[in-house]
Design a protein around this ligand. Structure first.
Ligand code: SF4
Length: 344
């Protein structure tokens, strides 16, 4: 529920202002404003979305990702439908109200299988369901919606067309944006986002990313630093910068205003307090992992990812303590879009 409707309507940022804010030596001013705006539009509650990484197969070959098709060193796994449903039931026991089903673009886990899985999770748990399984046809998106999916995450990664097409061979930014438009038309709550510090990315590109997020009127925005994976073509590129990523998170709040913004695991992986810092700079969501322990270490999008040896219950304890240590509260509701205000 929005505490302060006035806070939702704010100033529009120009591209130049965004570039200057990203370039500023000190982000304190935007950090403070982002935290105040978060408090006004989201309150003190932090939503927990239980993440189930159900398959690490991927048909694509993105240059920045450890799950890429050509990474032959990765042990591949695909959870069964029953295992996914069981993980969702576990998420419910841990008190979460949403599960996020995430995978690479895995043709081996068919849309039929995913529809059945979504339907079973809905029947047995009534949790909100977010999908993050890549590009599909409109018909497939429609079927997944009709079986009970509520939300869909699909990052555009960068709004720089040339960079996008270089880093995602065979993929097109236009197709990506068209997919996101279709998801919106079908009534999903839509999440997108980008990566900070991609090789060749400029501050102007990041400002364009923010303006695109504003234009798309997203419900959720996730961002994380680029972290080079040793089995990818970008293995020798420098990692995305922590401070720049935090400034970007703050600007996501200030530009998109009433969106759900996760403090991402990638931020927690480059700094022990990365997620806490994001929560104090505009973020209002955490995504504790509920993937069974035996699979976690194989969902290696980037190296040195945190939470790969913990049990789901360990992650629940950790995020609960994190929320309380910041003087915030664990959200009890589903955490649906702040724009539609469909909170149960
Ligand atoms: S970023 Fe996504 S689509 Fe690209 S290789 Fe990784 S899992 Fe596949």
């Amino acid at each position: 529920m929005l505490k302060n409707q006035h806070a939702v309507k704010g100033m529009r940022w120009s591209k130049q202002e965004l570039v200057e804010a990203l370039a500023a030596e000190n982000g304190r001013d935007i950090f403070k404003k982002a935290d105040l705006l978060r408090e006004a539009v989201c309150g003190d509650e932090v939503h927990r979305r239980g993440l189930i990484e159900f398959s690490n197969y991927c048909a694509r070959n993105c240059h920045y990702c450890g799950l890429r098709r050509d990474n032959s060193k990765l042990t591949r796994y695909r959870m069964s439908e029953d295992e996914i449903v069981e993980s969702a039931q576990n998420a419910k026991k841990l008190g979460y109200r949403t599960v996020v089903l995430q995978s690479g673009e895995d043709g081996g886990f068919t849309t039929d299988a995913l529809c059945r899985t979504v339907e079973k999770i809905k029947q047995k748990t009534n949790l909100a369901i977010t999908l993050s399984v890549g590009e599909k046809t409109k018909n497939e998106f429609r079927r997944l919606k009709s079986t009970g999916s509520d939300r869909y995450l699909m990052r555009f990664e960068t709004s720089n067309r040339g960079l996008y097409e270089r880093l995602r061979p065979g993929a097109s930014l236009d197709t990506r944006l068209e997919n996101l438009k279709v998801l919106r038309e079908l009534g999903y709550q839509v999440g997108s986002g980008c990566m900070i510090g991609l090789p060749g990315q400029t501050l102007e590109d990041l400002a364009d990313d923010l303006l695109l997020m504003e234009k798309m009127d997203l419900d959720m925005v996730g961002v994380g630093p680029f972290i080079p994976h040793p089995e990818t073509p970008l293995k020798n590129s420098p990692r995305g910068d922590l401070k720049l990523t935090l400034k970007f998170v703050a600007l996501v709040r200030l530009v998109t205003r009433n969106t759900h913004i996760p403090a991402t695991t990638a931020l927690g992986s480059i700094h022990p307090f990365g997620r806490q810092m994001a929560l104090e700079r505009g973020a209002n969501v955490l995504m504790p992992n509920v993937t069974p322990e035996k699979y976690r270490k194989f969902y290696e999008i980037y190296p040195n990812k945190i939470c790969i040896t913990e049990k789901p219950s360990d992650c629940a304890g950790c995020v609960g303590s994190m929320i309380h240590s910041l003087g915030r509260k664990i959200a009890k509701g589903y955490g649906h879009s702040l724009k539609q205000r469909r909170e149960a």
